[in-house]
Design a binder for this molecule. Structure first.
Ligand SMILES: [Cu+2]
Length: 248
């Protein structure tokens, strides 16, 4: 019993070590939050007319449609009156390679509610728990379609069902969908550090607590594509960036 447990535990450790190798092996020192004195913040805007959001057609599953008095609106591109874009994933793509970051103990939660994923875009660190919850009284399945991480496909037949997955590789962003309900789509970004943000209703983002340095900041949107800028911040400095996407 003991030896079987030991060999299993050792095998588990080896798998964990291998799985983590590509990112954890990066030359770097443990992150010291006291170094985080700088910030990059800003706004993401659309150049051109905002696309009109359409009602989501839930006709293939009346139980889903029945949970909404008014139809949900598509979330592919959400643009405010002043052109500000919501749900853009903004992160430090390069410039933090000298540090090794520990994933937080708290999970990131993705919920299925009213036959919709909430939130539309999530950010999670490599190795951090990503908890997927079914809050609906019907079945969903959660089909992750990564390019760099392992594919997963989890059925959640009952309300309150929860599963946890973790990711081994940085990947911005992977698509996750429900194979039962074709309109259910969400995007998950896996990042090797905590310096990422998802633009709010007003299109703003903030990357605070950065060490002074030069960074490549990338803004990613599921439909509009991606854009990057180089920015240099000194000790105690905060710089503003504006990203502009062309309408599609
Ligand atoms: Cu579903």
């Amino acid at each position: 019993m003991t030896s079987r447990w030991t060999s299993r535990a050792l095998a588990g450790l080896c798998v964990a070590a291998l799985a983590n190798w590509t990112w954890a092996d990066a030359a770097g020192k443990p992150w010291d939050p006291a170094m985080g004195t700088a910030a990059v913040k800003g706004k993401v805007k659309l150049n051109g007319a905002a696309p009109k959001r359409k009602p989501v057609d839930m006709g293939s599953d009346p139980a889903c449609a029945g949970m909404h008095q008014e139809p949900l609106l598509t979330e592919t591109t959400i643009v405010g009156d002043a052109g500000q874009i919501k749900n853009v994933f903004v992160w430090v793509k390069r410039g933090l390679e000298g540090w090794v970051f520990k994933a937080p103990a708290e999970p990131v939660v993705l919920e299925q509610k009213g036959c919709q994923y909430v939130p539309r875009v999530s950010g999670v660190m490599v190795g951090q728990s990503f908890k997927i919850r079914n809050s609906d009284p019907l079945a969903h399945n959660v089909h992750g379609m990564p390019k760099l991480n392992s594919e997963f496909n989890i059925g959640q037949a009952t309300q309150g069902g929860e599963n946890v997955v973790t990711f081994t590789e940085p990947e911005v962003c992977m698509k996750v969908k429900c194979d039962i309900h074709g309109w259910m789509v969400t995007y998950v970004a896996v990042v090797p550090h905590p310096f990422f943000a998802i633009t709010a209703d007003d299109g703003t983002f903030a990357l605070a607590g950065l060490p002074p340095g030069e960074y490549v900041i990338e803004a990613w949107h599921e439909k509009l594509g991606k854009s990057e800028q180089v920015v240099k911040v000194e000790d105690k400095e905060s710089k503003d960036l504006e990203f502009t996407f062309e309408g599609k």
